[in-house]
Write a protein that binds this ligand. Structure first.
Ligand code: NDP
Length: 318
């Protein structure tokens, strides 16, 4: 690698990251349009990518000298990490630094749904309290069975947090973990036994529509679905249908299939809480993620290794 390698920036970074990157790299920006021409002209010689928006296959193909991708976020469903690994390209993400924030968001959604925080706030603000009296009773989050779908880094943090509410935690993932919670190899069976499902798997083809009609109906008319994973993990049409038919009780959603578009039907439901993909979106956590993105690139520039490689690229990391 050269002393000041060329890095291609895809998407907008936090302001302080621009400064950190410029200290060690020659920064180039992928244009919104005319990408093929840009890559034909400048692609050769670019050794690094920094991205907040994944890397399209045609962009990766247009970078013959690419050696490292540093991605902002822990989910990297927008990058074909297997294809990158085959080409010897290291991919790094930002795990762990956002566990607490995303877990907080999951718990926030669950509390907002159960205690009907949005309609209750509207009741107070609109004057309904004065005009109509007390707000109807809501449901307690205490003593519930909470099924975590994906007991990884964030799922484990969620499990610890919901313990504060006397929850019985159970979980589903492809493999049993060394964890003090009951494991369900069968997701439908877990949905049947749980009051709440909190979904926190990766996105991508493997988990597409993992939560479909059968799981939603097993969760049932008193059940609550919380999704802080990726919109693709939940079959949104099946979710709308189950809510409309009263076959699912309620939902709290931070992520959607076609962001930023949210189905109109969901926007009209009082038993649904919608957030605009803000799971990790605090000043503090985004700064930690931004620093880790830059640390990964700086480490690669000085040692040839990254701090937090994704699992597909671990064997490339020295
Ligand atoms: P981890 O890799 O630590 O955990 C993922 C878990 O999902 C593992 O327990 C894994 O277990 C399980 N899993 C993977 N595939 C499947 C499958 N097909 N069926 C069932 N379980 C599966 O990831 P993190 O906890 O760090 O992050 C999880 C995801 O959270 C990210 O990939 C991202 O999509 C999402 N996220 C969302 C944010 C937001 O803003 N809403 C912010 C940050 C992350 P096993 O391998 O045994 O199946």
């Amino acid at each position: 690698m050269s002393d000041r390698p060329k890095v291609l920036q895809i998407g907008k970074l936090l302001d302080f990251m621009d400064g950190r990157l410029a200290d060690g790299f020659e920064v180039m920006h992928l244009p919104e349009s005319g990408q093929a021409d840009f890559l034909a002209q400048h692609g050769a010689g670019i050794e690094a990518v920094v991205t907040t928006k994944g890397v399209a296959p045609e962009v990766m193909a247009g970078l013959p000298d690419l050696k490292v991708i540093s991605s902002f976020g822990v989910g990297y469903d927008g990058i074909d990490a297997e294809a990158a690994a085959k080409r010897g390209i290291l991919v790094a993400n930002t795990p762990d630094v956002l566990n607490d924030e995303v877990a907080d968001t999951a718990v926030l959604l669950w509390l907002m749904v159960s205690r009907r925080a949005v309609p209750a706030e509207r009741w107070a603000r609109s004057g309904d309290w004065e005009a109509k009296g007390a707000f109807p009773l809501t449901r307690s989050v205490r003593g519930r069975t909470v099924g975590i779908v994906g007991l990884g880094r964030i799922g484990t943090t969620i499990a610890e947090q919901v313990g504060m509410f006397d929850a019985e935690v159970v979980y589903h993932s492809r493999s049993k973990k060394d964890a003090p919670y009951r494991y369900y190899p069968d997701l439908v069976e877990m949905a049947r036994d749980a009051d709440v499902l909190i979904v926190i798997t990766p996105g991508g083809d493997e988990t597409k529509h993992l939560i479909g009609k059968e799981v939603l109906e097993a969760l049932g008319p008193e059940g609550t679905l919380i999704n802080v994973a990726r919109g693709s993990v939940v079959d949104e049409a099946a979710l709308v249908a189950a809510l409309q038919a009263g076959k699912l009780g309620a939902a709290g959603l931070d992520v959607f299939e076609e962001e930023p578009r949210i189905p109109q039907a969901l926007k009209t439901m009082d038993n649904v809480v919608l957030l605009p993909h803000v799971g990790s979106a605090t000043v503090e956590t985004r700064a930690a993620m931004g620093n880790l993105v830059c640390d990964n690139l700086d480490d690669w520039r000085t040692t040839g290794r990254v701090r937090t490689p994704v699992v597909e690229c671990k064997s490339l990391n020295g």
